[in-house]
Design a protein around this ligand. Structure first.
Ligand code: PMP
Length: 433
């Protein structure tokens, strides 16, 4: 009788309804595959080169220093020196006075900043516009908040005259974008520079989005974690600086991307108090705050950068220079084997067209797995090179339209990129023989 009773109890669903349909995750599968088979992992987005000395030294100083209070709780919404320096920096970038206590909130990475936004702004029945391809966590986060994601794809306008593709060739269709806004639309998520394409949205595109946000009274969650990684002298325009947008935009940033310290998990939001006050409610009642020592060391990193702003020694000047070089190496290596790279204007990702390889990859009968998934798995297992299928960054309904591409991360040591090049050169020889 007791065992029957226990069994009956165990048949009750344990998971909350809000988790239905969001329990599959591409990263679990691909991180495992890469760990098992790959010799060179250009899949997941993190640098394998060391963080700059000045942030590592700052952390050592904080750890070993006199101020033992840095090992205790700090202010819930952000360690005072960090919110202060972030308010100074973003004040300068946006050309407005920012109050460190009300216009800035520190989070556990940009991930938690995103989570706070969706929890704070999205109600049951609200729609949130997501531009495809997108950083994959936006969709489950909107759903967990009870909202409905509405997708609008960037459309590829293939360049003429055999020119190389660029992330700038992926553009919003203005009429299509406008058709997604209605009275249920609560917010749009903008990610510029965009993961996975590396697209840096132009002023015209941002004005289009801004006009629609103002017209329909819609919020903008602006994920700008790759803000310092912009190439070829291109300018990053911040949507919050456009007319009517400051009051309806939350900017999201990440020390992980800014200082090449993804493991520290320090992120932040910048925006008007009328929005941030609700983020503070979510933050206070979930995470409370992020590690004090990490916040203190990041604050010291920013203090240095603020002093060196625009100077050649600044990390924000040096890092994009180095990464642009790495991007160009990877472009060359991929072209050699016959992939067609889409030159990214920003981020540390590069997407390449793999439609020329269909005959190399065995068909799996009765499988509805997209070609890019099959290709990426085949490449990891047979060539030892890991990348991520692009359709992972699309909604279910649109995946099949974008299954001819894979994403590489080039924020890697020269030696790692050389090892990738060796694999690709060997592959090229095999193809030609
Ligand atoms: N937004 C985008 C677009 C990202 O690519 C990432 C990290 N891959 C994040 C947010 C999360 O950043 P963090 O590591 O600071 O949580």
């Amino acid at each position: 009788f007791l065992s029957l009773f226990l069994q009956a109890k165990m048949s009750r669903p344990v998971q909350a309804r809000r988790l239905e349909g969001i329990d599959k995750n591409i990263w679990v599968e691909f991180v495992k595959l890469a760990a098992t088979y790959s010799k060179v992992n250009l899949g997941q987005g993190f640098p394998d080169f060391p963080a700059p000395d000045f942030v590592r030294e700052a952390l050592s100083r904080v750890l070993g220093g006199e101020n033992h209070m840095l090992h205790q709780y700090t202010r819930a919404f952000g360690h005072p020196p960090l919110v202060k320096v972030l308010a100074q920096l973003y004040g300068k970038l946006l050309g407005r006075d920012l109050d460190p206590l009300t216009n800035v909130m520190v989070t556990v990475g940009a991930y938690q900043a995103l989570f706070c936004c969706f929890q704070a702004f999205v109600d049951e029945g609200d729609e949130v516009i997501i531009i495809e391809p997108f950083f994959d966590c936006y969709e489950p986060m909107v759903k967990m908040a009870g909202g409905t994601p509405v997708f609008v794809p960037l459309r590829l306008k293939a360049p003429k005259d055999g020119k190389m593709m660029s992330s700038a060739d992926w553009q919003l269709d203005p009429a299509e974008l406008a058709s997604k806004f209605n009275e249920r639309t609560k917010a749009i998520v903008l990610n510029s520079p965009n993961n996975p394409l590396g697209k840096v949205f132009s002023r015209g595109e941002l004005e289009l989005i801004a006009d629609l946000c103002v017209k329909h009274d819609v919020l903008c969650i602006s994920d700008e974690v790759y803000e310092w990684l912009v190439y070829d002298g291109k300018e990053l325009i911040r949507i919050a600086s456009l007319q009517g947008m400051w009051d309806r935009t939350v900017i999201i940033g990440s020390a992980g991307k800014t200082f090449s310290i993804t493991g520290w998990k320090v992120g932040w939001t910048v925006g008007p108090d009328r929005l941030l006050q609700h983020l503070r409610t979510v933050h206070q009642n979930s995470v409370y705050h992020c590690a004090t020592i990490a916040q203190e060391a990041v604050a010291q990193g920013f203090q240095r950068e603020l002093m060196l702003y625009g100077k050649p020694e600044s990390y924000f000047v040096q890092l994009p220079k180095e990464l642009q070089q790495k991007r160009d190496w990877l472009v060359q290596s991929l072209e050699a084997v016959g992939m067609k790279p889409i030159i990214p204007e920003g981020t540390y990702f590069l997407v390449a067209d793999i439609s020329q390889f269909k005959s190399d990859v065995p068909d799996v009968p009765n499988s509805d797995e997209p070609y890019d998934y099959r290709f990426a798995k085949w490449m990891i297992k047979n060539k030892g090179l890991a990348a991520i299928p692009l359709s992972a960054f699309y909604s279910e309904a649109h995946k099949s339209n974008y299954s001819n591409f894979i994403r590489f991360c080039f924020a890697k040591e020269e030696a790692t990129l050389k090892a990738a090049n060796d694999i690709l050169q060997k592959w090229k020889k095999e193809k030609n023989s």
